[in-house]
Write a protein that binds this ligand. Structure first.
Ligand SMILES: *Cc1c(COP(=O)(O)O)cnc(C)c1O
Length: 374
């Protein structure tokens, strides 16, 4: 059993919408670490098993790779020569990389000035056609849906059902590693595709159907063999300035430092409410201050660097653990959706002037050390 890991489609092949002859477009995505937090849980004063699924360690630095490998594989199989997406950044980075791998063109629509630096660099260096729009993600998404009727391009946003089929594998990995689903699974929510995909994955492994995946037209294999009957309670956290699930309707001018979830018109609105009902979970919101504090806590106390949107899951989970809404003794998984290096500007801004500048002399460096020992 020294088989080389070649990505999630091959690994979960019998549960993925591919056939024997399908050319798989993969960069070795998936198989990300499930890290048990050692220092942070103690600060809550409660006893819980808290894990983070570090999706920032995917090939382009976010969970979007899980969906993109499947969406691009299917697009190529169906003869498509170009893909298109609207993006807050990570979808465009993944689309650009997988299109490069496949030898097709990626068109990406991004909101001008509102995408993190690392994500823009990725889309550009992989050779995507980057179209900045003077509007937000929601405007870009509406345009992509329209233009796909007028040009030979395949949409690879999460309204593409194959995206969710790829992303459901994160749930498989967690069950495979823990031996059962956790009691709670917490995620940041933007379009709500990922929380839906996780529910599809957990349900498929539990041998149960879900209304949330009724749209997949049979590509979902929830009728397959049950691995473990348990499913988690799903909890979705939004940024307060961008929280349609808390407002009970669409938000026209979403604002948050967590640009990856700066989305006011979620594409998986109905499906996410189905997930909430079927799993007995809930939605909640976190302020930008809480989100940045959680990001800092993860970096400084656990050595784990995620982007601001990702930290929303931990910010919310810690609050709900402290409040007892997530009870003591629970096992909890938080998805860290993207890598911290995606957004260096926000990271540096968080640290203020936290840097020493001294002369290049032994005495100056020695003083700097002795004055700053913990
Ligand atoms: C896309 C993304 C999200 C939101 O996922 P949805 O499926 O849109 O809810 C959260 N965090 C990061 C880093 C993302 O790239």
């Amino acid at each position: 059993m020294n088989k080389r890991y070649t990505g999630l489609i091959e690994h979960y092949r019998d549960r993925m919408p591919v056939t024997d002859g399908t050319r798989v477009i993969s960069l070795g995505e998936g198989n990300t670490p499930l890290v048990k937090l050692e220092n942070i849980p103690g600060e809550t004063g409660k006893s819980v098993d808290l894990y983070v699924k570090y999706e920032g360690l995917n090939p382009t630095g976010s969970f979007k790779d899980r969906g993109m490998t499947m969406a691009v594989t299917r697009a190529v199989a169906e003869g498509s020569r170009a893909i298109i997406c609207a993006s807050t950044g990570n979808t465009s980075a993944a689309a650009a990389a997988y299109a490069a791998r496949a030898g097709i063109t990626a068109f990406v629509l991004i909101p001008e000035g509102k995408i993190a630096l690392g994500k823009l660099a990725q889309a550009m260096i992989h050779g995507a056609v980057v179209i900045q729009i003077r509007g937000n993600f929601d405007a870009g998404m509406a345009l992509v849906k329209e233009v796909a009727d007028h040009a030979p391009v395949t949409i690879v946003n999460s309204i593409n059902p194959y995206r969710l089929q790829g992303q459901k594998t994160a749930a498989f990995e967690i069950v495979d590693e823990l031996g059962a689903a956790p009691d709670f699974h917490c995620l940041p929510v933007g379009n709500a595709g990922n929380i839906t995909a996780h529910w599809i994955g957990y349900s498929e492994y539990a041998g149960q159907g879900t209304q949330a995946c009724a749209f997949c037209e049979g590509s979902c294999k929830f009728g397959g063999k049950a691995v473990n009957g348990k499913r988690p309670t799903m909890v979705g956290y939004q940024a307060s300035g961008s929280a349609p699930f808390m407002r009970g309707g669409m938000v026209d001018h979403p604002e948050t430092v967590a640009t990856a979830i700066r989305i006011g018109h979620p594409q998986s609105w109905d499906r996410a409410w189905t997930v909430q009902k079927e799993s007995g979970g809930w939605f909640d919101e976190c302020s930008d201050e809480e989100i940045l504090a959680a990001q800092k806590l993860l970096t400084s106390r656990e050595g784990i660097f995620c982007e601001p949107a990702s930290a929303t899951s931990v910010a919310g989970a810690l609050r709900d653990i402290r409040a007892g809404r997530i009870p003591e003794g629970s096992s909890v998984v938080c998805t860290l959706t993207g890598h911290g290096l995606k957004d260096p500007d926000t990271a540096i801004r968080q640290c203020g002037d936290d840097m020493l500048t001294v002369d290049a002399e032994l005495s100056a460096v020695k003083d700097a050390i002795l004055n700053n020992m913990a």
